[in-house]
Design a binder for this molecule. Sequence first.
Ligand SMILES: NC(=O)c1ccc[n+]([C@@H]2O[C@H](COP(=O)([O-])OP(=O)(O)OC[C@H]3O[C@@H](n4cnc5c(N)ncnc54)[C@H](OP(=O)(O)O)[C@@H]3O)[C@@H](O)[C@H]2O)c1
Length: 296
Amino acid sequence: MTKILVTGANGQLGQSIRSVYSEYNNFEIVFTDVEELDICNLQQLIEFTKKTNIDYLINCAAYTAVDKAEHEQVMARKLNADAVKNIGIAANENNFKVIHVSTDYVFDGKTYKPYPENALAVPESFYGQTKLLGEKYLMETQPESIIIRTAWLYSEFGNNFVKTMIKLGVEKDELGIVADQVGSPTYAVDLANAILTIISKVQNDTKAFIPGIYHYSNEGVCSWYDFTIRIHQTMRISCKIVPIESKDYPTAAPRPFYSVLNKGKIKTNYKLNIPHWGASLEKCLTILKENPLTNR
Ligand SMILES: NC(=O)c1ccc[n+]([C@@H]2O[C@H](COP(=O)([O-])OP(=O)(O)OC[C@H]3O[C@@H](n4cnc5c(N)ncnc54)[C@H](OP(=O)(O)O)[C@@H]3O)[C@@H](O)[C@H]2O)c1
């Protein structure tokens, strides 16, 4: 039996792992969020991971309010960087492996070619800077870790772009949506399955755990405008969607214009079949159609 601890388990990715883990054999998973285990508290982390005697820690905890992070810098850095160092220290002390999640926002989005893992990371937002620092701290404290950068995460759980567009589309007659930023939406349930697949491959062959940075998003590319059109078409929402430029939708934190991740490394090392964003969006919207008030 492989014992796994999930931190930040009430967030979208954590809840997505909860929704699929029973499909995997021989996993015992302990789900915690800040009430049970505060990753900012090093002593608590060391004691908790010693007591539970885990093989893996999947860190889903993060400060994810990208615009607010520009003002709440102390909090964002504490959670996205310092706490990740705590996880690395605890992993060394109690001998478990870490799978940590990071972001496409470590890139400035000025290169119009899918970013490989070793591309120069120059984050423009404070959120991106804290996530990059977290990656660095983890690799310094526990280099035998896996870091998965993902992008444009959504799911039936929590708050995210898909649910916001459904809500606004129902409420408004017209919406202006940014059409000059492109990326790859990622269904958090697909990422959850990718993470659990990696661990299950390592169950059968310990050498399969290959530390380092990986990129994972759904296949395909779109703009926020394209993404919204597809969401509304599928949900049969008749709001007019107008393409706008980023300069017409100012945000506190700058966003990369191009944040497509090259996923070659994770596909090769773990033989993952990654679904296209359109197919995964359909799955998520089917769940939301059946249960429109889902905000679990
Ligand atoms: N969302 C995106 O579009 C996106 C894109 C790229 C990468 N990512 C990355 O993907 C990962 C998962 O994102 P997500 O959207 O699932 O995040 P999320 O929904 O914001 O979940 C984060 C969870 O961490 C919890 N948390 C906060 N402080 C904590 C602490 N001190 N100790 C333990 N848990 C704590 C939060 O609780 P509270 O809610 O009570 O604060 C929340 O339940 C993150 O690393 C994020 O940076 C996300």
